[in-house]
Design a protein around this ligand. Structure first.
Ligand SMILES: Nc1ncnc2c1ncn2[C@@H]1O[C@H](COP(=O)(O)OP(=O)(O)OP(=O)(O)O)[C@@H](O)[C@H]1O
Length: 262
């Protein structure tokens, strides 16, 4: 077991709630899940159902209001120094807008070297550069892009850099939050296949957050369905998407089929 979430609750203060009685919005409601090695879990649900919040809590970008995240059996709040750094290195993110997560004043070479510098156990510039060049090849980009700035890359090229940057640390888990949603359909397919190829090569687990059921079906071994902060269904991809038990999942799938004219 790599990552385990136990009874996670995340609330936000509601805007415009009363002056004296503060109300809160429950974004994630008592959610538990486990991410095993070399597995992809798809996380689906309509907009606002709590998918991104849950992903960010799992990767410690946000603190839960209550509940515990365990990394290899240890509460992440108890991890210190090198142990916390190992967690940070091993749980990476790829977001919807890759350029937004890159320093616009850094060339791609620096963008890729930065996390290696910050999180490697023993950093060696020459070794790091060899890794970076190999990774460029792995993600299908010519090494000449290393001297470009993020703004000089297309959306698909930037997402390849973001995938390479996440993989350079050889993480155990990557939380992919709508990581192909902003791309053209043909580029989406290339990036999804790249993620699959990289999973075979590096044995990384993915938490694949998406509102696109077809993409989740293509990518995932397991599927979790969220509705208004609750996990309403969780099972293998075939169980959840081919034979859903929950009424909300059934509605969601019916809506997707109607939209696709099936
Ligand atoms: N920082 C915040 N402050 C207040 N409310 C927030 C904050 N972040 C998220 N929320 C609220 O929490 C709920 C869950 O949001 P979240 O972004 O996790 O949903 P989502 O399923 O990822 O949606 P989408 O697919 O649109 O990204 C929403 O009602 C959202 O408005």
């Amino acid at each position: 077991m790599l990552l385990q979430a136990e009874n996670i609750v995340k609330t936000f203060p509601k805007k415009n709630s009363g002056l004296f009685k503060k109300e809160s919005l429950i974004a994630v409601n008592h959610v538990s899940l486990e991410i095993k090695a070399d597995t992809t879990i798809g996380l689906v649900g309509e907009s606002g159902s709590g998918k991104s919040t849950l992903g960010e809590v799992l990767g410690d970008l946000q603190k839960p209001s209550s509940g515990v995240i365990y990394y290899k059996g240890r509460d992440i709040r108890q991890l210190k120094g090198a142990d916390y750094q190992a967690f940070r290195r091993n749980v990476q993110f790829i977001f919807q807008n890759p350029q937004g997560s890159m320093n616009p004043y850094y060339k791609i070479k620096q963008v890729l070297l930065e996390p290696l510098k910050a999180l490697s156990e023993h950093y060696d510039e020459a070794e790091a550069l060899v890794k970076v060049e190999q990774m460029m090849e792995d993600v299908g980009l010519d090494a000449s892009y290393l001297d470009r700035y993020p703004s000089e890359l297309s959306g698909g090229q930037s997402q390849r850099v973001a995938i390479g940057r996440a993989l350079l640390l050889n993480p155990e888990i990557i939380i992919c939050d709508e990581c192909v949603s902003a791309l053209d359909v043909s580029v989406q397919a290339q990036i999804l296949n790249l993620l699959k190829r990289m999973q075979k090569l590096y044995h990384t687990s993915y938490l694949f957050i998406s509102h696109d059921i077809a993409t989740v079906k293509y990518m995932s071994d397991e599927v979790i369905v969220m509705f208004r902060g609750d996990v309403v269904e969780h099972g293998t991809t075939a169980e959840v998407l081919d034979d859903p038990k929950n009424d909300y999942t059934k509605k969601l799938l019916k809506y997707v089929r109607l939209k696709n004219g099936e």
